[in-house]
Write a protein that binds this ligand. Sequence first.
Ligand SMILES: NC(=O)c1ccc[n+]([C@@H]2O[C@H](COP(=O)([O-])OP(=O)(O)OC[C@H]3O[C@@H](n4cnc5c(N)ncnc54)[C@H](OP(=O)(O)O)[C@@H]3O)[C@@H](O)[C@H]2O)c1
Length: 177
Amino acid sequence: MLAFIWAEDQNHLIGQNGHLPWHLPSDLHYLKKTTLNTTIVMGYRTFRSFPNGALPQRKNIVLTHQTEKLQGQNVLVAQNKAEIERLIANDQQVFIFGGRSLFEMFLPEVGYLYVTKIAHTFVGDTWMIPIDYQQFTLIDQKKGIVDDNNTFKHEFLVYRRLTNTNTRKETLKLFQS
Ligand SMILES: NC(=O)c1ccc[n+]([C@@H]2O[C@H](COP(=O)([O-])OP(=O)(O)OC[C@H]3O[C@@H](n4cnc5c(N)ncnc54)[C@H](OP(=O)(O)O)[C@@H]3O)[C@@H](O)[C@H]2O)c1
């Protein structure tokens, strides 16, 4: 399974100054549960946004032109798409974690979309790429719980591509929140 996973606001905003534009622990919890024991692939700016470096219990792959700056960071480093493809060749569950350039790179072959839609608008500088949802069908939808720590309405959606272009073995992860 090759999937995108991201959260966006009502204007498809995903980032602000190298970080997430919102505080929504419920989404971080969902992200963790969904991607544990899988492979996650991200650009260097997304990796840099993690406060404690590589995310544990996941195979972290980071795309960068400058491999030396990631030495000793407990991640696998790729310099281009071909290198990513080599690193994920035997992996059953691969999540493209962003940012924008990674989503652009893997849009032609992505089979699943895991998107958290936040019913609010924020200020930021990085937006999700346009996605033609006509090519996908909704297969799962759960409302996130709004409480004192998660003040924005949000829901977790999963889409599957209608014509799957990806030959990777399909082992879908869906969780109860
Ligand atoms: N809301 C969400 O779900 C979500 C998800 C992910 C990220 N984000 C946010 O989005 C922002 C980061 O995303 P971004 O799009 O700005 O950056 P990004 O894609 O995470 O990282 C960009 C970097 O990746 C490397 N890179 C990109 N394309 C490459 C290529 N073809 N070959 C080699 N290296 C390449 C370069 O690193 P070097 O400069 O080191 O060469 C580039 O500067 C942050 O604000 C983050 O918090 C949000």
